[in-house]
Design a protein around this ligand. Structure first.
Ligand SMILES: [Zn+2]
Length: 242
C-alpha cells in the first residue's frame, strides 16, 4: 500500500500543478471579461451622449424655425404699419410687435443655452472617444500578451495531463476515486505526510495507534481530523541500517 500512496502523492503533485495553471487561466479570463466590459461601458456612454446631442440638436432646429417664423411675422406687421393711418390700430400693431420682440428675445436666450449644452456634450463625447481609443489600443496590446499566456497554460495543462495519465495507470481505480474526492473537497490536498507525529494537512497530532498503522501501511489511513490520506515517508537516514 505504501507504494500506491507514494504514487498518489506524485499524482497529487501533477494535479496541483494542473489546478494552479487552471486557476491562472481563470484569472486571465476574468481580466479579459472585465476589460471587455469596461470597453462596452465606454461605448455605451458615448452612445447615450450622442443620442442626447441629437435630441438637443432637434430642439435647436425647432426653436430656430419658430424664431424665423416670428421674425417673418414681425416684418409683415411692420409692412402693414406703413399702410395704416389710424392711430389706434397703429398702437395696437406696435404692441403686437413689441410682444413678439419680447418673446423672440426669450427664445434667443433659450437657443443660446441649447447651443451651449450641445457644445458641452460634444466636448464630452470627444474626450470619451479619446478614452475609448486609448483603452482599445492598450487592450489590443495586452490581449495579445494574454492570449499567448493562455495558450502557454493550455500547453502546460495538456502536457501535465499526459503525465497524470501515466501515473494514474499505476494506481487502482478505487483508490484514485477516493483520492479525487478528497482532493476536490480538501482544496487540492488529499495525500499528506505525517512528520513528527503531526498531520501535515491540518497540523493535528496523530494518535500513536494510528501512527503504527501508518507505518505498517496495510491499508489507507485517513487523518481523523481532516480526513486526508496519510502516509509516512521514511527518510534516507532512517532507511540506512544503523
Ligand atoms: Zn489532518
Amino acid at each position: 500500500m505504501h507504494a500506491q500512496i507514494e504514487i498518489l502523492a506524485s499524482l497529487q503533485t501533477v494535479d496541483r500543478e494542473i489546478k494552479q495553471q487552471r486557476g491562472l487561466k481563470q484569472g486571465l479570463l476574468g481580466e479579459f471579461q472585465a476589460k471587455e466590459k469596461e470597453i462596452q461601458g465606454k461605448k455605451r456612454e458615448i452612445e447615450l451622449l450622442t443620442t442626447a446631442c441629437s435630441e438637443k440638436e432637434k430642439l435647436r432646429q425647432e426653436k430656430d424655425r419658430v424664431l424665423q417664423d416670428e421674425g417673418k411675422k414681425t416684418m409683415d406687421k411692420r409692412m402693414r404699419m406703413n399702410r395704416i393711418k389710424n392711430t389706434k390700430e397703429l398702437q395696437a400693431l406696435q404692441r403686437e410687435i413689441d410682444q413678439i420682440k419680447q418673446n423672440n428675445g426669450e427664445l434667443e436666450e433659450e437657443l443660446i443655452k441649447i447651443m451651449e449644452a450641445i457644445d458641452a456634450i460634444k466636448i464630452d463625447i470627444r474626450s470619451k472617444e479619446e478614452e475609448l481609443a486609448r483603452l482599445q489600443q492598450e487592450w489590443q496590446e495586452k490581449q495579445e500578451e494574454m492570449e499567448s499566456q493562455i495558450s502557454g497554460i493550455d500547453r502546460a495543462v495538456s502536457e501535465a495531463s499526459t503525465r497524470r495519465q501515466t501515473i494514474a495507470s499505476q494506481v487502482t481505480g478505487d483508490l484514485i476515486s477516493r483520492y479525487e474526492l478528497i482532493f476536490a473537497r480538501r482544496g487540492g490536498m488529499a495525500v499528506v505526510e505525517v512528520a513528527g507525529g503531526i498531520c501535515q494537512g491540518c497540523y493535528m497530532n496523530i494518535p500513536p495507534q494510528l501512527w503504527n498503522e501508518i507505518i505498517k501501511s496495510e491499508k489507507v489511513n485517513l487523518c481523523p481530523n481532516c480526513q486526508r490520506i496519510l502516509y509516512y515517508k521514511p527518510s534516507i537516514v532512517q532507511e540506512k541500517p544503523a
